[in-house]
Design a binder for this molecule. Structure first.
Ligand code: SF4
Length: 467
């Protein structure tokens, strides 16, 4: 993908709106839908957009995928097992269709955008009705129309770096919303497929993001999560040269109650952003800062373009500007050539930082990436042993880190009932940790002030501050 950013025009969107209406008017269209999502928050938000369009086509969400007339798999290709799971489920639906001949099956997302995947679908998954890539989301109504009238699989994969505004969205939550601020990635970390399937970095105009935020605020949304593969490089290529820090500052002034964001690249975490974090009123004191490894040589081979010391320096600066900040990370073990000594450096970094939580992964080779061709691939046994040791250490460090919240106050956005009891509710505190507290249905969607009284696994246990 090397084309410049393509902003979808209002006329194109109007045309898609006409397709939505035509489908809604069809007497024999699917009545119910199910969207199955794999992968990251970007995919979850894309699924909300697709669900928004399906609703406008007159369809209702089915209680399960077995009951739906239209099932769409929004796939991920970052890890091999996510891809295998998605394809396994698509194949399983082929069997379901034997009992339910009208069932429509569609596949979209990163996996479809992978080189060679379109040909694979046309050859091995001919029973799929529709497949489209990440850059074709805004054209879903037209593609759906074609699929409703075609005898063979409709496939469309756009390689342009598109940006589309004002697509309908069916949000999963009333009180919180995702906002995409940028798409794609220019970093080419050697293990990562994302730049090949999500295209070059492109940012939405700040005025569009502010308009969307204001609309959400008026709609009662309390928390927004800004999304992008590398939000820290937001603004690259925009005419007014705005930075992510400046965008945050402007969003902070909108009065939306809580602002979160992900994901950040350590090399692009500027002093300006750290300063904004320290002085804003609504940006939450939490930061997801993927480190991936604690050894300089491994980081170099991953093409991460920072050193262990540079990463630790960013952590220190964040903690100085925002005392008590919630820090989370991503870690990969078993990267090609990783020695035991290099892995030990990852363990020592985890110990030194004391993350509030970490997503830990065994390296998964992806065809087309530089790392997949590197020599000295680490065996599954060694990688599995390392990840177990890493998880055990992280659990220990996490418990230690969480103790700093005991006796402190938190503001919790309550998301629902606690899994264990109907007289308790749970949500996330400002620092990003999960919190349970006594409560009822009335609290769901509200921000509640609590005092932390205990810890239970990875959750803070709290009581109402008023009490
Ligand atoms: S920064 Fe690296 S890991 Fe993150 S999406 Fe870009 S290439 Fe992938």
């Amino acid at each position: 993908m090397t084309d410049p950013t393509y902003q979808v025009t209002a006329a194109e969107l109007e045309e898609q709106q006409r397709y939505i209406q035509q489908i809604a008017d069809l007497p024999e269209r699917p009545a119910t839908y199910c969207v199955v999502t794999y992968g990251c928050q970007m995919n979850a938000h894309d699924s909300e957009t697709i669900a928004g369009m399906l609703r406008e086509m007159g369809m209702k969400e089915a209680a399960s995928r077995e009951e739906a007339d239209f099932v769409l798999f929004n796939t991920c290709c970052v890890r091999d097992n996510a891809e295998r799971r998605a394809l396994g489920n698509v194949t399983w639906l082929k069997e379901v269709r034997k009992r339910k001949p009208g069932l429509m099956i569609a596949v979209c997302g990163c996996m479809v955008q992978e080189p060679g995947m379109a040909e694979k679908i046309l050859k091995q998954y001919r029973f799929v009705d529709l497949a489209f890539g990440t850059a074709n989301l805004h054209r879903f109504p037209e593609l759906m129309w074609k699929a409703l009238h075609a005898d063979t699989t409709v496939v469309e994969i756009d390689t342009r770096n598109t940006l589309a505004e004002d697509l309908p969205v069916q949000r999963m939550r009333k009180d919180a919303a995702y906002i995409n601020i940028m798409f794609g990635c220019d970093n080419y970390c050697t293990y990562c497929i994302v730049p090949y399937v999500r295209g070059r970095e492109r940012s939405r105009r700040p005025e569009d993001i502010l308009r969307e935020t204001e609309r959400l605020r008026q709609d009662g949304v309390k928390e927004i999560m800004l999304l992008g593969q590398n939000v820290n490089s937001y603004g690259k290529g925009l005419a007014d040269g705005i930075t992510f820090a400046q965008l945050l500052r402007r969003l902070d002034e909108t009065g939306i109650e809580r602002i979160r964001f992900m994901t950040s690249h350590p090399k692009d975490l500027s002093d300006e952003l750290i300063k904004v974090m320290g002085s804003s009123r609504h940006v939450l004191p939490q930061f997801h800062l993927p480190v991936q490894a604690g050894n300089d040589e491994v980081l170099r081979r991953m093409n991460r373009r920072y050193t262990r010391e540079a990463y630790l320096n960013r952590v220190r600066a964040l903690r100085e500007a925002v005392p008590g900040i919630g820090l989370t990370t991503d870690l990969i073990v078993g990267f090609p050539g990783e020695t035991e000594a290099q892995f030990q450096d990852t363990l020592s970094l985890v110990e030194e930082v004391g993350f509030d939580s970490a997503f830990t992964f065994i390296y998964s080779p992806r065809v087309g990436t530089a790392a997949a061709k590197m020599p000295d691939q680490v065996s599954a046994e060694v990688a599995s042993d390392r990840i177990q040791r890493l998880i055990a250490l992280q659990d220990e460090c996490q418990q230690r880190a969480m103790r700093r919240f005991l006796g402190t106050e938190e503001q919790v956005l309550v998301e629902g009932f606690s899994r264990r009891s109907h007289s308790a509710v749970s949500g996330h505190g400002m620092h990003g940790l999960s919190v349970t507290l006594p409560g009822s249905e009335r609290d769901i969607g509200q921000i509640v002030r609590v005092r932390v009284t205990g810890l239970k696994n990875n959750t803070l246990v709290a009581e109402r501050a008023e009490a």
